[in-house]
Design a binder for this molecule. Structure first.
Ligand code: C2E
Ligand code: CA
Ligand code: CA
Ligand code: CA
Length: 277
């Protein structure tokens, strides 16, 4: 009876996982094909610590589905990659983000917008070509956009990714390494790549003010980044104490709930008019 119930529980768990994945795939396909605004973009401000002013926005996708409710991006992006849907998702993100960026530029705002790319996107020349033409259509230059990629995109058999990275950099695009510190790569390795910016993962920042281990790690990363001439963004800044520490240690840019949560385009418009930053 014991081993049997264990077995049943294990099987049920697998079935649940499989069913969830299946309905996410089905619903996501439908959402991409329909015009019902299930998908949307939100924008989270980044502050330059030298000027204490807004310098950039990270574009983050949101999905609200009538059957599944709110599905976290971490979950459905991974499934989209496995189900062969990521090209469609990223195309949608590019269109929306670039059109919103053009909108804000039209209002006179000079901030850049940072877009997340997934591993497969960086290997996809057709998709990257689309990015260039969408920008051209809106009359924007590549400098208006930042592209966030993770370390794992660049290690292990990623020669095509690196080739594409070099090509886009030559065209004027800027890349940032996301989730820095969670992978295996090192700052010395990044030195040989056309990467100007790293984003320290929020897992090292959330408790920065109270956690001595995090302080040691972040301090080390900041001093090394300085040696290698890399710009550093800290994500997950939730309190002023962490912000002050980061400022003292020469961090360039901060992003987090202390500044603002990610906001819809219209909420961002209001925020920009009332913010002290
Ligand atoms: P990420 O690129 O590392 O994005 C940062 C995440 O941290 C976002 O979660 C953001 O809402 C959250 N965050 C920002 N400030 C704070 C803070 O102060 N405290 C805490 N606790 N969290 C904070 P989100 O929006 O849920 O996105 C999760 C992940 O999903 C992203 O991690 C990214 O890997 C992926 N993602 C989101 N949008 C896109 C997209 O358009 N395309 C792709 N390929 N991936 C995306
Ligand atoms: Ca990111
Ligand atoms: Ca992160
Ligand atoms: Ca991430």
């Amino acid at each position: 009876i014991h081993s049997d119930s264990w077995c049943v529980r294990y099987r049920t768990e697998l079935e649940d996982k499989y069913n969830r994945r299946l309905s996410i795939t089905t619903e996501l396909k439908r959402a991409l094909a329909s015009q019902q605004n299930e998908l949307s973009m939100v924008y989270q401000p980044k502050i330059d610590l030298q000027t204490m002013k807004v310098c950039s926005m990270e574009a983050l996708i949101r999905w609200n589905n009538s059957v599944l409710g709110f599905v976290p991006p971490d979950e459905f992006i991974t499934i989209a990659e496995q189900a062969g849907l990521i090209e469609q998702v990223t195309t949608w993100v590019m269109k929306q983000t670039i059109s919103d960026l053009a909108y804000f530029r039209g209002m006179g705002y000079g901030f850049t917008v940072a877009m997340n790319l997934s591993t497969q996107d960086i290997q996809n020349k057709v998709l990257l070509g689309k990015l260039v033409s969408l920008l051209t259509q809106e009359g924007l230059s590549p400098e208006a956009l930042e592209l966030e990629i993770t370390e794992s995109d660049l290690v292990a058999d990623a020669s095509l990714a690196i080739e594409n990275l070099n090509e886009l950099t030559a065209r004027g695009f800027h890349f940032a390494i996301d989730d820095f510190g969670t992978g295996y790569s090192s700052l010395a390795y990044l030195k040989n790549l056309p990467v100007k910016t790293i984003k320290i993962d929020k897992s090292f920042i959330l408790s920065l003010a109270s956690d001595e281990n995090d302080q040691q790690i972040v301090h080390t990363v900041l001093s090394l980044a300085n040696v290698f001439n890399l710009k550093v963004v800290a994500e997950g800044v939730e309190d002023v104490a962490s912000l002050e520490i980061l400022k003292d240690w020469g961090c360039d840019i901060v992003q987090g709930y202390y500044i603002s949560r990610p906001l819809s385009r219209s909420d961002l418009e209001d925020w920009l008019q009332n913010t002290p930053f």
